[in-house]
Design a protein around this ligand. Structure first.
Ligand code: ADP
Ligand code: MG
Length: 638
């Protein structure tokens, strides 16, 4: 009995395999085929390129399809037109002795009507690229509501190319009961996320060594102009309020300089390099382990082998000279089974290095865009609100309450909240309102050719920001359902739902905006008022709904900032104007401190950054990063 027969494949397939000249199944085929034939199950299969993954899903798929039923039963998604055609061709070869099976390729750049016609004639299997498939669905040219099988082939590559939203949206159009088979060469975080969201109890098979790098680390790069390197670092820190990171520089001098700048700008940072005494280095490491330092700026030599748990990000402020060193760096995160992110801040001239590193680590990078001021403000605002909510009160404070009450007694609760939040937040607004977008288009690396992240390319749709998220037990599907029901809208009226911890984003077409704003802002969720605001809306949305102020930079996302802010956490203008005069008070006030008490953090600064102590009354606290005192310095540099 031939080996393929042993796997359970039927007569017609065995005959086709003979024609193909395959003598023995490859490892991934040997593992996947019997499992997929035996029962209807979800599966995640990881195997390197060239290991025969197409047949590993193709053979069982052909065998399981009901050739007598002409309805679409299977959808295979693949990243590119070439792969789409290749898979289609293979599936046709596999099924050539099985009468009545039709496989249709659906991909961009060819006539959509012709493809639709082919499907209409009865295609049990559609092989498609995500973009065109989404297009077909939108135009009602295809029905995948009753498919039994969905294959995500080269899933890592698809996500790498920015198809996440399309995939999510396509999958939401398929029935829950189908089997999903995910094939991928690597398992970056995004793939794991898809698997987690859309698969139930998937069987997992892995062939060969998974990756040489750690699969718990995902790799991202941010393309910037060389002069924006430091600004990018700051924004990444601001966009990740809970960042706990090692920042790598190439030289001792840069290491020292970047650490000093960060400290000056109010971050809890420290330098670690060979020019420090052993005692100094021990002190820095102690503070870092104790979490009093959020950003440890280090040289490769000094940081070699650092074993600190829960490092969330490794930041390659500059790439190392030796590519192999990258592995040592990124290995500082993603330890002990935790997920971590390795970030590279890269300029155009260094882009080639990204590809070299990809080859070495056998993992793909995801290209990301430096968050805009508006995104950072949203993240920080919610972070602040949650922090206020979670702060434990030390009753020592009771002694001071009479005096405090004396000052504040005339304020209503609402005013008080606004002002409290504004104390911290006006600085952000002021800072980021003035600042330009520093993202750079990736050129040849970026397949989609737009410099903005896809979520902002809204084609006239309006994007909203809402203060409910995964904390409230929503994922994108349940939030979509919730919004759909609450707003009495159709399932396609709400799209690009992106759920974060304390908040979420979603889109509608402009005609629904009034309804969204009116209805949602008057709804309570478990006793809490829902707050929805219009988020960044390039194109039509802004003109239609938010055209106040007529800023010069109307094309910029930041341009929408001031009008937008008038929603939800209104920071009223007058308080924003005299915010400066209260600054001294605010700095000593309560809401900073990400994890630790401020005393602990100060301890960290002292031990780690002796130089900054001379910084007079400006206690170098993280929140000061938003304070005006650090701004003039910045703007002069720019
Ligand atoms: P992957 O998707 O894992 O990158 P493919 O499915 O594209 O790999 O297969 C790579 C090549 O190996 C193809 O040319 C395919 O025809 C061939 N191949 C697949 N399975 C076998 C097999 N069992 N024996 C011989 N060649 C095979
Ligand atoms: Mg393949």
């Amino acid at each position: 009995m031939n080996k393929f027969e042993q796997l359970g494949l039927n007569e017609s397939l065995l005959k086709a395999i003979l024609d193909l000249g395959f003598e023995n199944p490859s490892e991934v085929q040997e593992k996947a085929i019997p499992l997929l034939l035996e029962k209807d199950t979800d599966m995640v299969a990881l195997a390197q390129t060239g290991t025969g993954k197409t047949a590993a899903f193709g053979f069982p798929l052909i065998q399981k399809i009901d050739a007598d039923n002409r309805n679409t039963q299977a959808l295979v998604l693949s990243p590119t037109r070439e792969l789409c055609l290749q898979i289609t061709n293979e599936l046709k070869n596999y099924s050539k002795y099985e009468k009545g099976i039709n496989v249709v390729a659906v991909y961009g750049g060819a006539s959509i009507t012709e493809q639709a016609r082919e499907i209409k004639r009865g295609a049990q299997i559609i092989v498609a690229t995500p973009g065109r498939m989404q297009d077909m669905i939108n135009r009602g040219l295809v029905n995948i509501k009753n498919i039994d099988y969905c294959v995500l082939d080269e899933a890592d590559e698809m996500l790498n190319m920015g198809f996440y939203d399309d995939i999510v949206s396509i999958l939401s159009d398929t029935p829950d009961e189908k089997s999903t088979w995910l094939f991928s060469a690597t398992m970056p975080q995004e793939v794991a996320r898809i698997a987690k969201q859309f698969m139930s109890d998937p069987l997992e098979i892995t062939v060969g060594t998974k990756n040489s790098g750690s699969s718990t680390v995902s790799h991202e790069f941010y393309l910037v102009n060389a002069r924006d390197r430091y600004e990018a670092l700051k924004r990444l820190a601001d966009a990740n309020p809970d960042i706990f990171s090692v920042v790598f520089c190439r030289t001792k001098r840069d290491t020292q300089a970047i650490a000093e700048k960060l400290i000056e700008d109010g971050y809890s940072a420290a330098a670690l390099h060979g020019d420090l005494s052993q005692a100094q280095r021990d002190g820095v490491m102690k503070s870092f382990r104790g979490r009093q330092i959020q950003m440890l700026v280090a040289t490769d030599v000094a940081a070699r082998g650092i074993d600190v748990d829960n490092v969330t990000h490794v930041v390659n402020y500059q790439l190392p000279d030796e590519i192999e060193t990258y592995n040592h760096r990124s290995g500082r995160t993603g330890r002990a089974g935790k997920l971590g992110t390795s970030i590279v801040i890269v300029t155009k001239s260094e882009l080639r290095k990204i590809s070299s590193i990809e080859r070495i680590i056998k993992q793909k990078f995801v290209e990301k865009t430096i968050p805009s001021g508006i995104e950072i403000c949203e993240i920080q605002l919610l972070h602040l609100a949650n922090k206020i909510k979670d702060t434990e009160v030390d009753h020592e404070i009771d002694n001071y309450l009479p005096a405090i009450n004396n000052v504040l007694e005339d304020l209503s609760k609402e005013e008080l909240i606004k002002k409290m939040v504004s104390v911290e937040f006006n600085r952000f607004i002021t800072y980021y309102k003035k600042n330009r977008d520093i993202s750079v288009s990736g050129g040849e690396r970026r397949e989609r050719g737009d410099s903005e992240p896809r979520e902002f390319s809204n084609n006239g749709a309006v994007r909203y920001f809402v203060n409910i998220g995964s904390r409230d037990n929503f994922d994108w599907m349940s939030l979509k359902d919730y919004l759909k029901e609450t707003l009495d809208l159709g399932r396609d009226d709400i799209f690009k739902v992106d759920v974060k911890e304390g908040f979420s984003f979603f889109n509608t077409d402009p005609q629904h905006t009034d309804k969204v704003m009116d209805v949602l802002n008057n709804v309570q969720l478990e006793g809490r008022r829902i707050n929805v605001e219009i988020s960044k809306n390039d194109g039509g949305g802004r003109r239609d709904h938010n055209n106040r102020g007529g800023r010069r930079d109307s094309g910029r996302r930041e341009g929408n900032f001031a009008p937008r802010r008038e929603g939800g956490f209104r920071s009223d203008r007058s308080s924003s104007r005299d915010g400066g005069s209260r600054e001294g008070g605010s700095r000593d006030g309560g809401f900073r401190g990400d994890r630790n008490s401020s005393s602990r953090r100060e301890g960290g600064f002292r031990s780690s950054a002796p130089r900054s102590e001379g910084g007079s009354e400006r206690a170098p606290r993280r929140s000061e990063n938003f304070g005006d005192s650090s701004r003039p310095r910045r703007s002069r540099r720019d």
